[in-house]
Write a protein that binds this ligand. Structure first.
Ligand code: S3P
Length: 419
């Protein structure tokens, strides 16, 4: 797909339901003891895989029209291996969810998933008494065989700030004996604990730690899913960069550790405003300047680094992203993929330890960018193409379907451009 440049980003837009919340809504409903309707589920492939997974495990999910899915919980074990596609969140959270059930579950995914580290969940789940056998020489890769065992609550300090690992441990804690506490080195998205609390689970949140007590899950009758801030970020950054833009993304989730990109863009001089009642975020064309994103704030904008790197390329001065090590183990090696993309955009970048610096060029260059099968790289490159003066051919554009099947349609909606 080649995206023609010099587009303006205007009007109003709704993005898909938040992906992180969608996964958790399905899982919580799947173990719930009363039926639950989910409204606004993400239509991305990742979430579809999680829906298929919980159905394979025994929950029932039924489309009710107007974007509503009714779920009746109850897990009985899957007849065969479950494939979570490209979804790190899906495979890691599910491993925790099923670890205390009396059946064995095999969890697998695509080639990217099979490269991603699973020791980060195997270690704490094993400490709880779970039996999780990984594959590969190290035994730490997918596919994972999770053999249900009686679990013991633990107190666990995350070695890396990861909401997926926190979520896996807390979900396992639902069926453990005694409380389970997770301490985190930096705040990560809080969806698991937020959503368990609304499902009647006893949850205690303190600065830097969260504890859950085992118990029944009583999901709310209706879980409404707000728009995904990580998807909104693409359009809002595009509006900041492209001349003549004025764009509003409606009904975006504004909870903890998800809006870091708004702070970063604001520091870069972006004309960006948030309506905290409606969740609407408006961005207009801005003169962007460099900033420093610290290691502490990085987990709060971890998925937005590809598009923030594009904004950094369009800014004046040298922007630094600290603590970017985790990006090497995302859907692709995003550090390498970002550096490759920045080269096409004409921006010089440098890696020093865990810090990436990007020298802004103002006017973005054009050419061909390889998504490496990574949805966020594909969308970042497409926005760079639309916002810059040239055009960008995005190889592997179809990866957008992982989280945002309607991305090309929405690109047309906000810019008027069609392929
Ligand atoms: C997610 C957590 C983040 C994020 C991912 C979704 C989640 O991963 O990158 O897209 O829903 O918990 P890590 O927790 O591994 O950083």
């Amino acid at each position: 797909m080649t995206v023609q440049g010099s587009q303006r980003f205007t009007g109003r837009l709704r993005v898909p339901g938040d992906k992180s919340i969608s996964h958790r809504a399905l899982m919580i409903a799947a173990v719930g003891r009363r039926p639950c309707t989910i409204r606004g589920l993400s239509d991305g492939d990742d979430v579809t895989r999680t829906r298929q997974a919980v159905e394979a495990l025994g929950a029932r999910a039924e489309d009710r029209g107007s974007g509503e899915v009714a779920v009746a919980g109850g897990l009985a074990g899957a007849p065969g291996p479950i494939c979570l596609g490209n979804s790190g969140t899906g495979i890691r959270l599910l491993a925790g969810l099923v670890a205390g059930y009396p059946f064995t579950t095999t969890l697998d995914g695509d080639a990217s998933i099979r490269r991603r580290p699973m020791d980060r969940i195997i270690e704490p789940l094993s400490a709880m008494g779970a039996s999780v056998r990984g594959s590969g020489a190290s035994g730490t890769l997918a596919p994972l065989a999770v053999e249900g065992c009686p679990l013991q609550g633990i107190e666990y300090t995350l070695p890396v700030a990861s909401a997926q690992v926190k979520g896996a441990v807390l979900l396992a804690g639902l069926r453990a004996e005694g409380p389970t506490t997770v301490h985190e080195p930096a705040p990560t998205r809080a969806h698991t604990e937020e959503m368990l609390a609304t499902a009647g689970v006893t949850v205690e949140r303190k600065d830097g730690s969260v504890t859950v007590w085992p118990g029944e899950v009583e999901p709310p009758r209706l879980i409404g899913i707000p728009g995904d801030p990580s998807q909104a970020a693409f359009w809002l950054a595009g509006a900041c960069m492209a001349p003549g833009s004025d764009l509003t993304v409606e009904n975006v989730y504004l909870g903890p550790a998800r809006g870091g990109f708004i702070d970063v863009l604001a520091r870069m001089g972006a004309d960006i405003t948030v309506d905290s009642d409606s969740g609407d975020i408006r961005a207009c064309t801005s003169e962007l300047r460099a900033t420093r994103v610290t290691a502490d704030e990085l987990p709060g904008c971890i998925d937005e680094v590809p598009i923030l790197a594009v904004a950094a390329a369009a800014a004046e001065g040298v922007t630094v992203f600290e603590g970017i090590g985790e990006l090497r183990v995302k859907e692709s090696d995003r550090v390498a993929a970002i550096i490759e993309m920045l080269k096409v955009l004409g921006a010089e970048s440098e890696i020093e330890g865990e810090a990436l610096s990007v020298a802004g060029v103002g006017r973005l260059g054009g050419g061909t960018v390889d998504s490496h099968g990574d949805h966020r790289m594909a969308m970042a490159a497409a926005i760079a193409g639309a916002a810059g003066p040239g055009s960008i051919a995005v190889e592997g554009f179809e990866a957008t379907a992982t989280s945002y099947p309607g991305f090309a349609r929405d690109l047309h909606h906000v810019t008027g451009w069609s392929p």
